[in-house]
Design a protein around this ligand. Structure first.
Ligand code: SF4
Length: 277
């Protein structure tokens, strides 16, 4: 059995009943920062932080290391830990991320590292944790191959070329790799799949833009242009178009469907609900 096959089995969450949001991917999520410099217009974490008055739309992109004991995390989780889930791995705080990942791994955990990846950050993580390749699965978020579209929706995040470069780098270093195309950000998802597929060891997850209008309003990203583009995106993600996309890839075991798509194409969704708004 190759290392990549072992890795895939290690990260199989199919036996859990938790299928919404991050629970579809991991048994637990951990975070060490409030705020995120990527400042995605559709961000769920931003909406929640605004809702519970931890952040404002204006200061969400100011990152602050948590001072609540998060950095002292010392659990061994039975299953996979997703890190991070409510911020990202920005180069500015890379040393904190490295220290925290080391802590998680030292306790014997298996990690799902989810990020809109910056090359230097992920290169450093790969170098630092090369001996933990069987414990780390990368999931790089790539919602479009069009950097202008990425820039519009995710203004502080790397462009497509940088994200693809990171994916190739991690793959060539024999890390376990996957891609999240959630939210899908245009109507060329076939283009995303074609571009990333050769460098994937695990899976490509596809998902719609959940609660898009509601989140844009929460996040005060509801200017005329953004709402116009949001309506276009929702139109692209009509049930008929989603069904067409599903029909293309339904027999491809590497393509995975988030609950927003499962519910349209008739894949049964188990019971437990996540924390979405
Ligand atoms: S990278 Fe993630 S946490 Fe950061 S703003 Fe974007 S969606 Fe939110």
């Amino acid at each position: 059995m190759t290392m990549k096959t072992i890795a895939k089995n290690n990260f199989d969450n199919s036996k859990t009943n938790c299928v919404f949001g991050t629970y579809e991917w991991a048994n637990e999520t951990v975070n060490i920062i409030d705020g995120c410099k990527h400042d995605c217009k559709y961000c769920y974490s931003k909406a929640m932080a605004i809702r519970f008055k931890r952040k404002t739309p204006a200061n969400w992109k100011e990152e602050k290391i948590r001072n609540n004991g998060s950095l002292n995390y010392s659990k061994k989780v039975d299953g996979t830990i997703m890190f991070p889930s409510s911020h990202d791995i920005h180069p500015e705080h890379l040393s904190y991320h490295i220290d925290f990942i080391e802590r998680l791994l030292e306790h014997g955990n298996r990690l799902l590292i989810v990020t809109k990846p910056h090359f230097d950050s992920i290169k450093t993580i790969c170098e630092q944790f090369i001996d933990y390749r069987d414990k780390i699965l990368f999931r790089f978020t790539i919602g479009s191959i069009n950097s202008d579209i990425l820039k519009f929706w995710e203004p502080g995040a790397p462009d497509f070329n940088e994200r693809l470069k990171v994916l190739k780098y991690a793959f060539n270093k024999n890390f376990q790799t996957s891609v999240s195309c959630e939210p899908m950000l245009d109507n060329n998802i076939v283009g995303v799949i074609d571009a990333v597929y050769p460098f994937i060891t695990d899976s490509i997850w596809l998902g719609k833009a959940n609660y898009l209008i509601k989140r844009l309003k929460f996040n005060k990203a509801d200017d005329h242009l953004t709402m116009k583009k949001a309506l276009q995106l929702l139109n692209w993600q009509s049930d008929d178009n989603i069904q067409d996309l599903y029909d293309i890839y339904k027999d491809d075991a590497k393509i995975k469907w988030k609950e927003s798509i499962k519910s349209i194409v008739g894949i049964k969704i188990p019971i437990q609900s996540g924390l979405d708004i």
